[in-house]
Design a binder for this molecule. Sequence first.
Ligand SMILES: Cc1ncc(COP(=O)(O)O)c(C=O)c1O
Length: 295
Amino acid sequence: MDRHDVVILDKLCHACLVDAARASGATLRVFPHNTLGKLEDHLHWARREHPDARVLVLTESVFSMDGDRAPLAEIVELKAIHGALLLVDEAHALGVIGRNGRGLAAELGVAAGVDIHLGTMSKALGVSGGYIAGSRSLVDLLVNRARPFIYSTAQPPALAAAAEAAVDFLLTDEGERRRLALWQNIRLLAARLPPAPLALPDPLPANTPAIPALLNRAPRKAGGSAIFPWIVGAEHDAVDFSSWLAKMGFFAPAIRYPTVAKNSARLRLTVTARHQPEQIMELGKALAELVRTIH
Ligand SMILES: Cc1ncc(COP(=O)(O)O)c(C=O)c1O
C-alpha cells in the first residue's frame, strides 16, 4: 500500500498492524472493534472519496488481548461487495482453531476470500518468525519490494526447520489430538472462570462507542480461543492480582495501557494442551478467592 491507497483497520488490531499501516503512508480509517456497520461506512467512504485507490481491510481472526474472534465470514462478504482487499492476522488462531490448526478462515470456509494471510510462528508453533501467504503475484511483490523483508537477515535455518517441524506435527493425528486436548482445557477454564470484576459486552452492537464506555455491561463469552482476558479495570489492581497469583504458582501477566484501553487493565490468562485439569480448577478457585477479597 502507498499514499494513494486506503487502509481500514479494527480498533483492536495488534501494534504491528497499526505501525505497518502507518508506515505505508496510506490514508487510515479505524472501525470500532468488530463493528461491521462502521466498517461498511468506511468502505462506502473509501469508494466515494478515493475511487481509484486500493482499499485494504485489516483484522485479526482472534484478538490478542481479548481472545474474541472477528466476524470473518461477514467481513469477507463486505470486502468483496466493495472490491477491497483483506488481510487477516491469524497469530492466535494458527494451531488452535480449525482442523489441524489451519486457522479461523479455514474453519469458516472463507480462506479463499482472504487475500493476505498473516501469522507468526511464535505462538502455537513455539518458535519465532512469521509468514505471509497469498497469491503468486502478492508473494512476488513482497519478495521484490518489501523492504523489511529484503533488508533484514533471514531466519536462522534451525528456527526455520523447527517451524516446519511444528507445522508438520500439526498435520499429524497426534498434532490434532493435542489441539483437541487444548480445546478440552479451554472449555474447562471457560466453565471454571469466575466472572471478572469488570466485563466487556458481547457481541458489540453496531456503531458502539469507544470500548471503555462499554465496561460493566453484559459479559463477553469466554472460550472462543485459548486467551481469556480477566478484566479488573485499574492498573494497580491488575499488577497486585498478578503478583498474588504468582505467589500461588500461576503466571497471569497484567496487561495495561497502552496495550489495552485505559481503565480496562486485565489479567491475560492462557491455557495450553499440557495443562492438567487440576491446575485449571485450582486457578478457578484462586480467582474466585480474589473476587471474594475484592467485595
Ligand atoms: C495478533 C498478533 N500479530 C502479530 C504478533 C507479532 O508476533 P511476533 O512477536 O512473533 O513478531 C503478535 C504477537 O505479539 C500478535 O499478537
